[in-house]
Design a protein around this ligand. Structure first.
Ligand SMILES: Cc1ncc(COP(=O)(O)O)c(C=O)c1O
Length: 380
């Protein structure tokens, strides 16, 4: 029988042949709109989800440092054992206020949250309707639930309406608010109306909408006045920190605390990180956050106009679809030679045949950054 090393080499060769091999390359500079990869190689960064430029904010770093000195580096245990500290509760109370929800509950990451939420509500007798372009963590949460999962064509409200007619103990519709690799918005109003008529639950992943869309950056559901049963948001993207939270009723949060395995069986987010996220929330939800959002949206409009896609300035995410993985790799390499970091996105992150370069615009980009990216793209 082949050993692990032999198996790994064969699998890696197969990935390489298909243009799907991935590898790491560390940044030599802090996160930002300009970064250094190889020594002396300065690149304009269009691959980060740091939408408001907060990941390297000195005030947040200081809150993390003070939090660490006060509370230590790690939580030491799961929240339900002895990893539960005051800063996590204080952050949850502020996040609930921010999200206008009764309660909020922290998770170690957005990935962990989605893997915990769906199995907490759905089992083998239940039906989950999941958008075809939902994030991998939602797909995995659906699988872990062992519910019947129907993947509906992307954004197809008619298909959801039809699928909701099927019998099931519970019915759940789950969707990204802003789709992570396409940047378009889910039809949340229509989905909420269908869920309400069918007695189904609506679960929304606001990872790419939080901090970016809605009043004070409260997300797409807040922007549209849609009441979702469960809203998940990350602290890792516009917040510039790490972790995630669910905004929902107290009972929903309590159920998750009792059922969500990634929460129960994983060490809690360090309390110092909660201190950093509080500092970030204060900026993100305040007037400075508004100013950063205004710069972000001005950059989004400029980028969209440059791509001649002004009608699709729905979010900070712009896909440039190349088709094959090899073409995405070649285009990313070419962009990099010209000073632009825009990473190739390939299956399984996106469906076969839709490999792409994903540009993410942030408030930290200057007009010159945007114009150089557009000019470089044209040159490619
Ligand atoms: C839509 C969506 N949901 C969830 C996640 C996972 O969040 P996190 O990076 O905090 O694990 C991501 C990002 O990777 C995402 O794009």
């Amino acid at each position: 029988m082949a050993g692990a090393d032999e198996i790994a080499r064969a699998e890696l060769d197969a990935l390489r042949t298909r243009g799907l091999l991935r590898s790491l390359e560390p940044l030599r500079s802090p996160p930002g709109s300009e970064i250094e990869l190889r020594p002396g190689e300065r690149l304009i960064n269009f691959s980060s989800n740091d939408y408001l430029g907060l990941a390297s904010d000195a005030r947040i770093a200081e809150a993390l440092a003070v939090g660490t000195r006060t509370w230590g580096a790690g939580a030491g245990a799961s929240r339900l054992v002895c990893g539960d500290f005051l800063p996590q509760h204080e952050l949850e109370a502020e996040l609930a206020r921010f999200a206008s929800s009764e309660a909020a509950l922290l998770f170690g990451s957005g990935y962990a949250a989605n893997c915990g939420i769906l199995p907490s509500f759905a089992g083998p007798e239940d039906l989950i309707l999941s958008d075809a372009l939902n994030h991998a963590s939602i797909i995995d949460g659906c699988r872990l639930s062992r519910a019947r999962v129907e993947v509906y064509p992307h954004g197809d409200v008619g298909a959801v309406e039809k699928a909701l007619r099927a019998p099931a103990r519970r019915k759940i519709v789950v969707t990204d608010a802003v789709f992570s690799m396409d940047g378009d918005r889910a039809p949340l109003r229509e989905l909420a109306a269908l869920c309400s008529a069918a007695g189904a639950l609506l679960i929304v992943d606001e990872a790419h909408a939080t901090g970016v869309i809605g009043p004070r950056g409260a997300g797409l559901a807040a922007e549209l006045g849609v009441a979702a049963d469960v809203r998940m948001a990350t602290l890792s993207k516009a917040f510039g920190v790490a972790g995630a939270y669910v905004a929902a009723s107290r009972a929903v949060c309590d159920l998750l605390l009792n059922r969500a395995r990634p929460l129960i069986f994983s060490t809690a987010l360090p309390p110092a990180l909660a201190c950093a996220a509080r500092a970030s929330l204060e900026i993100l939800a305040g007037s400075e956050g508004d100013a950063r959002r205004s710069r972000l949206w001005s950059n989004v409009r400029r980028f969209a106009a440059g791509l001649r896609e002004a009608a699709r300035a729905d979010s900070a995410i712009f896909p440039v679809v190349t088709g094959t993985p090899d073409r995405a790799l070649a285009m990313a390499a070419h962009l990099r030679e010209l000073g632009i970091l825009a990473k190739p996105i390939r299956p399984p992150t996106v469906p076969q045949g839709t490999s792409r370069i994903r540009f993410a615009v942030t408030s930290a980009h200057t007009v010159d950054h945007i114009d150089r990216a557009i000019a470089t793209l044209r040159a490619c």
